[in-house]
Design a protein around this ligand. Structure first.
Ligand SMILES: Cc1cc2nc3c(=O)[nH]c(=O)nc-3n(C[C@H](O)[C@H](O)[C@H](O)COP(=O)(O)OP(=O)(O)OC[C@H]3O[C@@H](n4cnc5c(N)ncnc54)[C@H](O)[C@@H]3O)c2cc1C
Ligand code: FES
Length: 296
């Protein structure tokens, strides 16, 4: 049989950027004591990614795990993600050196939707704990599009404040909160958001990422204001492309990896948002207010 020289490419796979590819890590930076930022050249991802989308990162010999895109440099084709060391796969990632190879699939999922007009008021961006990566990308994106952005940034302690300098460079106002009061106000990113709202509540939208307990408190706070809230959810993911069903939100059927991870908070009412999540085996676990998305 004559081999067919023209191999047909699967347009669906190409269109959604689902083909995995292996790339050398270009640069690694320690950004907090437990978080490193990794940059790679991945032109297709850099060209099409929007804030809130994520990549599946394959760490050879360990696992493939979801990571939010924390920045892109479109002109150079550079993509960045920032990983906290919390378990086996992220510890292996932290041991890697510049030039080592990792796999990437993406950009995956749906990102934040920005208000069309910049005249309807500033954007309120809220980042708690390890929620800074997609919010840093969203802040830079929104500022580039002409939006005024106010940020509420929270962490357990001063040294864990992730991307503080980036937020302070980009946003018009930043309120910091730490659980131990070592920087900013003593409290959480939701307390910092409440401060912004007390000063002037005329925001066009609120974009948030962080532990699910924090996101539910924020949704409760914003229920007193006519401000649309979008949250980026973290659920255990295996395929990252809507095939395995592992990340489904209960009683709703929505897949966090495909229809999310960013959701309009209104859609999450009547679901297990803030109540339950699943572990790697699919077992349901309760979420409480102290739940941390990337405890270490
Ligand atoms: C859409 C999305 C975006 C994310 N973005 C970031 C980010 O920007 N920075 C960051 O540090 N972390 C991010 N995470 C969390 C990150 O994927 C986990 O911390 C990582 O997978 C832990 O792997 P591990 O083997 O080191 O830890 P493990 O010991 O296996 O697990 C530690 C914790 O991570 C969770 N986790 C483990 N594997 C997965 C998985 N496949 N999917 C989801 N959660 C998992 C576990 O439920 C547990 O709570 C994101 C998760 C999701 C779903
Ligand atoms: S991780 Fe497989 S459907 Fe979402």
């Amino acid at each position: 049989m004559t081999p067919n020289k023209t191999v047909k490419k699967n347009p669906a796979k190409l269109a959604h950027g689902l083909r995995p590819f292996v790339k050398p890590i270009q640069q690694i930076r320690q950004v907090t004591p437990r978080t490193k930022a990794f940059t790679l050249k991945a032109t297709n991802i850099a060209r099409t990614a929007v804030p809130g989308q994520f990549v599946m990162v394959w760490i050879p010999g360990f696992d493939e795990i979801p990571m939010s895109i924390s920045a892109v440099q479109n002109s150079l084709g550079i993509v960045e993600f920032a990983a906290a060391k919390v378990g086996e796969a992220t510890a292996a990632l932290h041991r890697m050196k510049e030039g080592d190879l990792i796999g990437l699939r993406g950009p995956l999922g749906q990102g934040f939707k920005f208000p069309r007009s910049i005249d309807k008021g500033p954007l309120l961006c809220v980042a708690g704990g390890c929620g800074s990566p997609p919010i840093a990308f969203a802040t830079e994106w929104a500022v580039r599009k002409g939006h005024e952005v106010h940020v509420a940034l929270g962490a357990t302690t001063r040294s864990d404040l992730l991307f503080q300098e980036r937020f302070e460079e980009q946003a018009q106002k930043v309120i910091i909160a730490t659980d131990d009061g070592s920087d900013g106000i003593q409290g959480t990113s939701v307390n910092a958001a409440a401060f912004h709202l007390d000063i002037d509540p005329r925001y066009s939208a609120c974009l948030a990422c962080g532990p699910e307990g924090m996101l539910t408190s924020l949704a409760e706070l914003l229920s007193n204001y006519p401000i649309p809230l979008q949250v980026s959810l973290e659920r255990y993911m295996k395929c990252g492309i809507g095939l395995c069903g592992h990340c489904i939100i209960d009683n709703h059927g929505t897949r966090v990896c495909l229809e999310g991870p960013v959701f309009d908070a209104k859609i999450l009412r009547q679901t297990d948002f803030g109540q339950w999540k699943r572990d790697s085996t699919g077992k349901r676990l309760p979420i409480d207010a102290s739940d941390e998305s990337c405890e270490g």
